[in-house]
Write a new protein. Structure first.
Length: 302
């Protein structure tokens, strides 16, 4: 919701927000899917929504961007997750959330696994985008990771706190610094801590790559190869930060598309850093545009 604030209410000491316009934006895993689509790849969005009006609106918006909605499963008695952002003069005033964090049913889990099995010939990469909203249950995570391993499919994981250490053997594990600190119960005070804790996590989860996003400090890429762990620093690319909403979604989406296109992990992460730097310059959740990204990668400029 976009509008202006010009006065204080006479009824209470609160601002009066005058609505100018409102629009639907895809968030969560749908934002990941939207980014993948805008980069020219073909996502299959799989998840749970409610059997309600918001669910119908959500499917309509997804379809308007040319995406397949056959992987969306409507659960009875579950509301569709809706986050309403109230923005005035490019500043967030408040966010209103309507959602359920209860685990999905076993029936829905089975439906998700069957969708993956049915679409196996089309799948190159699986992204597990975890928001701790109840879709990625511990049992579903285990089943999906096994499915990917058995079929030699790369798994890219964007974790949250509760299931952080359930994602063993991921190809790429991509937490941000705050999520990382919460999960390990330690504060990262310096680079020594960062390197020590990151190497411990790589060993514990047995992931091939760890991509740690550090906000204004950029990213760190850790690779485990033949028992050795090496790392690479990647500096920040944002020029003017307006809104960090959805930046993590942009990073994982761009990495996935680049890998599917034949890039190395290092190349994919560096390109995703440019992509994140572009989207945080915009207010609200916006997908990365392929041509804009290409134009802002120095190697592609004349």
């Amino acid at each position: 919701m976009l509008g202006n604030v010009t006065r204080v209410s006479p009824e209470a000491p609160v601002q009066v927000f005058e609505l100018s316009t409102s629009e639907y934006k895809l968030g969560g895993a749908a934002n990941v899917s939207h980014n993948i689509k805008s980069l020219g790849a073909h996502p299959v969005l799989i998840g749970a929504i409610g059997n309600d009006e918001d669910g119908k609106s959500f499917k309509s918006v997804v379809e308007s961007f040319g995406q397949d909605t056959s992987g969306l499963i409507a659960e009875e008695n579950r509301p569709t997750t809706v986050k309403t952002r109230v923005i005035a003069d490019a500043h967030h005033l408040i966010r209103i959330d309507s959602e359920s964090k209860e685990d999905i049913s076993k029936e829905t889990e089975d439906k998700i696994l069957n969708i993956l099995k049915d679409r196996l010939p089309e799948i190159e990469i699986i992204i597990l985008q975890d928001y701790n909203k109840g879709v990625l249950t511990k049992s579903l995570i285990s089943s999906v990771m096994k499915f990917a391993f058995d079929n030699d499919i790369k798994t890219l994981v964007d974790p949250k706190f509760f299931n952080f250490k359930e994602y063993r053997n991921a190809y790429i594990f991509k937490p941000n610094k705050k999520e990382f600190e919460q999960a390990i119960g330690k504060k990262i005070n310096n680079e020594k801590d960062l390197l020590e804790y990151s190497e411990e996590l790589v060993e514990e989860l047995n992931c091939k790559y760890l991509v740690l996003t550090l906000g204004e400090q950029g990213m760190m890429l850790f690779e485990k190869n033949n028992g050795d762990i090496k790392y690479e620093k990647i500096g920040t690319r944002a020029r003017k930060v307006a809104d960090v909403s959805g930046a993590g979604d942009t990073v994982i989406s761009t990495i996935a598309v680049c890998l599917a296109g034949g890039a190395s992990v290092s190349e994919a992460v560096k390109i995703s850093n440019y992509a994140a730097g572009l989207v945080v310059e915009e207010v609200g959740i916006v997908p990365i545009e392929k041509e804009k990204l290409l134009d802002n990668i120095p190697e592609n400029k004349d």
